[in-house]
Design a protein around this ligand. Structure first.
Ligand code: FAD
Ligand code: NAI
Length: 478
């Protein structure tokens, strides 16, 4: 057996690879094992997890291409650019996406080399805790080899939840893996679940010409977002031709080589059928503890399948930590990374910290949707007195110049202290604009603080500025 590692990370996604790099920066001997379900054709280990291989990065590449395609077809002419009807080479679009993934996953490997993180290629599983009191080590099996480590960070991520009785072949019935590799624009695409993946992937294929219908079980659309934002989004998506049916219940799903027939009941009890060439199932993700042998060592897992941790990602076992999608909290790459840094720093005796109140959310549709902090409905439910500043992009010169004046910025501030409690944006570049809200909240800023900061003109960020002014009923351009 090789010399024990100080830290062994199980899983090389955004949580795991960041934890490994940060721990190595702090001077520890670190290894990270990765079971590589996305191994490339040469059998090379692929780091980056769901995010880089079959999540954040490839989806954003397809969203970008399909956005340009839609712009070329619908918006160029308004600005006097005549290009005729665009056509899409799906194979080329997918190849570009795959090249980006390859570049980034390779980049993590280089970072491991630079930081002297040992990459162990194989599935990690707990074996035992050994050693004299005070000198205990965890034994971890990776593939056929046995390793020892003082500290173990579990970062095994999540996997897609599938519909009972509807096997995913990633040809006709796709989860996120197949949805990112559809090799021709389907004439009709059905999506089950109007959450983040459903909206993003539905947008990609709608923009490229598919007739997309999204079936959602909950009666309310996008209930996690501020209700004003959800209402605006529903309006805009409907106008774009994205059909979203809420309050449904899925019945039989019949799959043939030609396509899929979905029986469902609508909110009024009508029994309906949806025929489509392909189906994307995006009904949430479940924590992944497959083959970890958690039972062998008594690692506690709750009834939602999450490894149980405290606010600092400590599990019930000494020296064992868990981060990212496999634990509580939003399943977001940046949240996993924050936890990775926090745990590495705590192991090093530092004051690691992760503020769940300021984790931004982004949905990369067009318009983009982004928020940080509390929604108006949450503040109401909590009985917090608040002020609202809401400004549309239609009043902003930059948005008009870009031909993208849809949406608004809505700021929520405490009625007593003026502290910013939430920022909600639907509009162009919301994904970038939301950082101002996160920074403000992290520094406990008031809306007055933001109102007093000079914002460059003409920029979309002026709408954030105006929303801050509007909290005090003194917007200057609206
Ligand atoms: P993962 O990324 O799932 O990584 C876990 C890794 O551990 C995997 O590589 C797996 O192979 C490995 N592993 C598992 N078990 C073992 C084992 N026993 N031994 C060795 N290795 C193991 N989030 C965002 O913030 N922004 C986005 O835009 C975004 N877009 C997304 C789009 C899609 C289509 C999907 C599916 C997800 C998206 N997410 C997005 C969510 C994001 O991908 C996850 O939150 C993030 O990847 C979680 O990181 P993680 O490190 O916890 O887990
Ligand atoms: P989700 O939780 O966002 O949405 C799932 C939707 O499916 C919900 O609206 C739910 O009500 C619905 N649903 C559940 N069961 C259903 C059923 N039987 N019939 C019909 N509808 C049903 O999950 P999704 O979209 O699968 O994404 C998983 C996670 O991945 C997200 O929660 C998010 O954490 C992450 N992600 C993040 C992205 C981003 O940050 N931009 C992009 C994509 C994914």
């Amino acid at each position: 057996m090789s010399k024990p590692f100080d830290v062994l990370v199980i899983g090389g996604g955004p949580g795991g690879y960041i934890a490994a790099i940060r721990a190595a920066q702090l001077g520890f001997a670190v290894a990270c094992c990765e079971s590589n379900p996305y191994a490339d054709p040469k059998g090379e280990p692929r780091l980056g997890g769901t995010c880089l291989n079959v999540g954040c990065i490839p989806s954003k590449a397809l969203l970008h291409t399909s956005h340009l395609f839609e712009e070329a077809g619908h918006s160029f002419a308004e600005q006097g650019i005549e290009v005729g009807a665009p056509s899409i080479d799906v194979a080329k679009m997918l190849a570009r996406k795959d090249a980006i993934v390859k570049q980034l996953t390779g980049g993590i490997k280089s970072l491991f080399k630079k930081n002297k993180v040992s990459l162990l290629n194989g599935h990690g599983a707990f074996v035992a805790r050994t050693g004299a009191p005070g000198k205990e080590l965890w034994q971890i099996k990776v593939g056929d080899a046995l390793y020892e480590a003082k500290q173990v960070i579990v970062a095994t991520g999540s996997k897609p939840r599938h519909l009972a009785g509807v096997p995913v072949d990633n040809e006709i019935v796709c989860d996120n893996v197949g949805a990112l590799a559809i090799n021709a624009v389907p004439k009709k695409l059905a999506v089950i679940g109007a959450g983040v993946i459903g909206l993003e992937m539905g947008s990609v294929w709608r923009r490229l010409g598919a007739e997309v219908t999204i079936l959602e079980a909950l009666p309310e659309f996008l209930g996690v977002a501020d209700s004003d934002v959800a209402k605006e989004a529903a309006k805009v998506f409907a106008k774009q031709g994205l059909k979203i049916v809420t309050g449904i219940s899925i019945g039989d799903v019949k799959v043939s080589q030609k396509g899929v027939a979905i029986d469902y009941t609508d909110k009024d009890g009508n029994e309906l059928k949806l025929d489509a060439d392909r189906l994307i199932v995006s009904i949430g993700r479940i924590p992944n503890t497959d083959g970890l042998q958690a039972d062998t060592v008594g690692l506690q897992i709750n009834d939602r399948g999450q490894i149980v941790v405290d606010a600092h990602c400590r599990t019930n076992l000494p020296g064992v930590w868990a981060i990212g999608d496999v634990v509580q909290g939003p399943m977001l790459a940046h949240k996993a990374m924050e936890e990775g840094v926090m745990v590495a720093e705590i192991i090093a005796g530092q004051a690691g910290h992760c503020n769940f109140e300021t984790i931004p959310w982004v949905i990369y549709t067009s318009p983009e949707i982004a928020w940080v902090g509390k929604t108006e409905q949450q503040l109401k439910a909590e009985g917090v007195a608040y002020k609202v500043g809401k400004i549309p992009f239609a009043a902003n010169g930059r948005a008009l110049g870009m031909g993208d004046p849809t949406g608004f910025v809505k700021m929520l501030a405490c009625a007593k202290t003026d502290r910013v409690l939430g920022v909600h944006i639907i509009g162009a570049n919301a994904s970038e604009l939301i950082s101002e809200g996160a920074v403000a909240m992290e520094f406990s800023a008031s809306s007055e603080d933001l109102a007093r900061i000079c914002h460059a003109h003409p920029t979309l960020s002026e709408v954030v500025h105006e929303a801050a002014l509007a909290c005090d009923k003194r917007p200057l351009h609206f």
